[in-house]
Design a protein around this ligand. Structure first.
Ligand code: 2P0
Length: 330
């Protein structure tokens, strides 16, 4: 009773979520579109019990501090409210990432926690409801409920803001994403703080919103037509626009490091030499390269001329949220 366990995969946005219009409900300013990937996932178990006097949260077997536990507790409150119970819980999360290069994702983490709570409290949520609930934990988590190509409809209320799968005839099976892991010593601006500062102060934010609505349409059309060049071009340009908004924030900031620029230039050079590939970046220095499966080994060979083998990880399309058998509780 009151046990649940689930697995969720991370996703990378091709058209980015960047800015909230409601901090509490996590309602985004714009629609976003992502690809769920198979290389990184989180498995989370949750156990609610009248015997617990407080919530606890373990990540990769380490008990987490008050800040991280409070974030999880706030999310558990939403699940408890739905179930009409007040029991405290123990949450255990395991991140499965190929290296420890800072790729742990709040998207897979909060999506897995959503699935675990749904099972533990027998909430019986539909995929749409799971996506709405995951969104309250972390915006991008609402997209990790689904596999393949996913669009998060921004909506304007808790009810109307959720993600759904984009019909694609399984085209995602032909695609891949190569991660170029860039280690960077700089102190990060969290995505939560970075997007908020940008909404409030960036001179370019209005243009971001105007053009991103168009980019979503272009990307969906490209997916429908299975037009890799069109999808790649809009992915690369949308990511660059997101990063441009940070340069026009007050104070200005950037997630790029010198090696990020080197990686972007390398991708451009590989493309110029005839292999189709496009980059995108999130709220950190790592560069992700969208390409077709058939070109992976040739592109990896080129990237290896510039980067260490340990810096390169290849991911393919991943699946949606999955319930896992719970081991019998003690
Ligand atoms: C995205 N990012 O679409 C964008 C692009 C980062 C850059 O979603 O505040 O961890 O928890 O809703 O979901 C990362 O932001 O932020 C993110 P919150 P989240 O993938």
């Amino acid at each position: 009773m009151y046990n649940g366990k689930a697995r969720a995969y991370t996703n990378i946005a091709l058209i980015k979520y960047w800015g909230k219009k409601d901090q509490e409900l996590i309602l985004p300013m714009n629609n976003s579109l992502s690809l769920t990937l198979d290389a990184f996932h989180t498995e989370t178990s949750v156990h609610f019990s009248p015997d617990y006097t407080k919530d606890s949260f373990y990540l990769d077997d380490l008990e987490q501090d008050a800040k991280a536990t409070t974030k999880v507790s706030r999310f558990l409150d939403l699940a408890r409210k739905k179930a009409g119970i007040s029991y405290c819980a123990c949450v255990k999360s395991q991140n499965f990432v190929p290296t420890a290069a800072g790729l742990a994702s709040s998207a897979s983490g909060l999506a897995a926690l959503t699935g675990a709570c749904n099972d533990a409290l027998q909430l019986g949520l539909s995929d749409k409801e799971l996506s709405q609930l995951a969104r309250r934990g972390s915006g991008s988590a609402c997209r990790s409920i689904f596999g393949g190509f996913v669009e998060w409809e921004k909506g304007d209320s808790d009810e109307t803001s959720f993600a759904q799968k984009i019909p694609s005839n399984n085209w995602e099976e032909d695609l891949a994403m190569i991660f170029i892991l860039i280690n960077d010593q700089k102190k990060e601006v969290s995505s939560r703080d970075g997007m908020q500062l940008t909404v409030e102060t960036s001179a370019y934010y209005d243009s971001w919103l105007e053009t991103t609505a168009k980019d979503i349409q272009t990307a969906k059309e490209a997916i429908l037509q299975q037009d890799f060049q069109a999808l790649g071009e809009v992915t690369e340009s949308n990511g660059l626009k997101m990063h441009a908004t940070t340069l026009a924030a007050v104070p200005p900031f950037t997630y790029w490091s010198p090696d990020s620029l080197r990686a972007m230039n390398t991708v451009r050079r590989i493309r110029k030499n005839g292999l189709s590939c496009y980059f995108t970046m999130d709220a950190g220095p790592n560069v992700k390269v969208l390409c077709q499966k058939k070109d992976v080994s040739a592109i990896l060979t080129e990237l290896q001329k510039e980067f260490e083998e340990e810096q390169l990880t290849c991911a393919y399309a991943g699946k949606g949220l999955k319930s896992l058998e719970m081991e019998v509780s003690k």
